[in-house]
Ligand binder design. Structure first.
Ligand code: AMP
Length: 264
């Protein structure tokens, strides 16, 4: 199933991309946590293919906004913060997500990648979800040693069109610098260069790591080792969600028969 992310990128109640049917196994509503470079984007793509849920990345949203000819002053300062590897203000991120609340109600489910990133954002998200009457199934926290993270970020390449993520050596495209999915050109993100990477790691330690405890307290946390190939990490993620068993169980939640052909 090809997933359309128009509403996420356009915002403002653009709902035409809602799938006609709820995925057989879902909908799944997940938050992906973990330091920059841990492979969340890659897992989000693979989980999206496996579960039929839409990949909603706030980082992709800001990168798309960078291409606007006349960004607002607030957006321009956010983009400058992003280039330096700093976090964008909670107010702006939460406003952008609220404008896209329809995506959180989507019958296809969602995979939030890069949001929330602070406890204030997590609380704002809880309030939005409560208003919509939906709840998340799990917060997946991906973990990896620091030296592997640095290597992954240095080799990461992103498609300028569909935002698919590759790695120069571990997951290269079939044709160098060209996306397998849409033939767009691949590029290295400005914030994957050494100095912004250092700033991003610091922002993660200070602001985002506390979210692991936040979701643990809510009984939603699933910790996933992110070592090995993307397929191995996907296997662990699906196993944690109970996907592929006749009946799947998520801690604090129960899910009926799924059958994605993936055994846990
Ligand atoms: P990502 O693609 O998730 O690594 O995000 C890239 C950059 O976008 C981050 O380093 C931040 O500057 C900005 N950004 C994305 N999501 C958020 C968020 N939830 N809160 C603050 N800044 C964000």
């Amino acid at each position: 199933m090809r997933i359309d992310r128009t509403a996420w990128f356009k915002g403002g109640g653009f709902l035409q991309c809602e799938p006609e049917e709820t995925p057989r196994s879902g909908p799944y509503r997940l938050i992906l946590l973990g330091p920059p470079g841990v492979g969340k984007g890659t897992q989000a793509q693979m989980l999206s293919d496996a579960l039929g849920a839409c990949h909603l990345s706030t980082g992709d949203l800001f990168r798309a906004a960078m291409c606007q000819t006349e960004p607002s002053p607030a957006l321009r300062s956010a983009l400058n913060a992003m280039r330096r590897g700093e976090l964008v203000s909670d107010d702006l991120v939460v406003t952008m997500v609220r404008e896209r609340a329809g995506c959180l109600r989507c019958r296809g489910g969602f995979l939030l990648d890069g949001f929330p990133r602070t406890v204030a954002q997590a609380e704002a998200l809880d309030a939005v979800l409560a208003d919509l009457g939906v709840a998340i199934d799990a917060a997946m926290s991906y973990e990896l040693p620091l030296d592997e993270i640095v290597d992954r970020m240095g080799g990461r390449r992103t498609c300028s069109d569909c935002k698919a993520v590759y790695h120069a050596t571990a997951n290269p495209p079939r044709v160098p610098d060209i996306c397998d999915r849409c033939q767009g050109r691949l590029f290295q993100r400005e914030d994957d260069r050494p100095e912004p990477v250092r700033v991003r790691m610091q922002a993660y330690e200070e602001s985002t790591k506390p979210l692991v405890e936040y979701y643990e307290r809510e009984g939603k946390l699933q910790t996933i080792p992110a070592t090995g190939t993307p397929a191995e990490v996907l296997g662990r993620s699906l196993h944690a969600l109970g996907v592929g068993r006749t009946t799947g169980r998520i801690r604090n939640g129960y899910r009926s028969a799924v059958g994605q052909g993936v055994t846990g």
